[in-house]
Design a protein around this ligand. Structure first.
Ligand code: DGL
Length: 295
């Protein structure tokens, strides 16, 4: 956020000020824009701040401590910008760090998780595929989801190596990308899957490419709309829902820890969002220097 912008914290605001405050949404990169799109549709009166931690994406290749460190730093940064609630629009960050972040941040939090439950409810063949990052798939949270919902439904879990990187370089349809997707999806089809959980917020951008490969043989489970509804419930519970006349609900503000101009081009190409993306430095314990790729 530019220097001149006001910095507010929810605790110092009156109830009506607090409800006008923005909702922070963050992801390692552009994937969370699939969530932002659903939030805008569900809650058009909310002001939104979006942070892409592009300098450090993909999180799926990072260690657990690094992901928690970045999630916490960005959450704290968004609180400083006056965010009244935070959507961690990243399955990987949620899986790895939401419990610790919840303990530290004072604002309400909404995380995301792969739609294992809806897949178990919908699958007729009782075989479903899950495409998510390696970090998400090996997390205790995800394993807990499987224990709860996989009693009578077989889940074929496939790490989506290379897919986040493809979105971040704006590749959602090249021949190479399609071949990579096919290598992940064909074994699921061969095993009789009829449902595919998109367990990473970057993956809804492959919707058309996946459709071209699998036709209508797989029902795609994307939880963006459910996340937007959950945010609505959480805001209502805390009396933080913006009034219909919220003048602050101007177009969302976008920030990237990477190259803002590149992110701007991606947002325009992938989502037809024509907006300025501010480049911001959000230091954290593991990334003390702005350009550090610290391990
Ligand atoms: N969109 C993130 C997710 O939902 C991508 C994680 C990554 O950066 O690897 O998991």
């Amino acid at each position: 956020m530019p220097e001149s912008s006001p910095t507010l914290t929810v605790s110092t605001l009156t109830p009506s000020d607090a409800s006008r405050a923005p909702v922070g949404i963050f992801d390692s990169g552009l994937g969370g824009l699939s969530v932002l799109r659903a939030v805008r549709a569900q809650l058009p009166d909310e002001a939104l701040l979006y942070v892409a931690d592009s300098l450090y994406a993909p999180y799926g290749e990072r260690d657990d401590d690094f992901i928690t460190d970045r999630t916490l730093a960005i959450g704290e940064w968004l609180v400083k910008q006056g965010a009244k609630a935070l959507v961690v629009a990243c399955n990987t960050a949620t899986a790895q760090s939401i419990a610790q972040v919840r303990e530290k941040l004072t604002i309400p939090l909404v995380g995301v998780e792969p739609g294992v439950k809806p897949a178990a409810l919908q699958s007729k063949t009782r075989v479903a595929g899950v495409l998510a990052t390696q970090v998400t798939l090996r997390s205790a949270r995800f394993q807990g989801l499987l224990e709860r919902y996989a009693a009578d439904c077989r889940f074929l879990c496939q790490p989506g190596h290379g897919l986040v990187q493809a979105v971040e370089r704006c590749d959602i349809s090249s021949a190479e990308l399609r071949a990579l997707l096919r290598s992940y999806l064909q074994p699921m089809l061969d095993a009789g899957a009829d449902t595919l959980v998109l367990g990473c917020t970057h993956y809804p951008f492959f919707d058309a490419a996946i459709r071209d490969i699998v036709g209508d043989r797989l029902t795609l489970i994307d939880t963006s709309v459910a996340i937007a509804r959950q945010l609505e419930r959480v805001l209502d519970q805390h009396g933080l829902r913006a009034a219909p006349d919220n003048a602050a609900a101007v177009p969302p503000r976008f920030y990237s820890t990477g190259d803002g101009r590149h992110q701007q081009q991606l947002a325009a190409t992938l989502l037809h969002i024509d907006t300025y993306v501010d480049t911001v430095v959000i230091p954290s314990r593991r990334t003390a220097a702005p350009n550090s790729q610290a391990a």
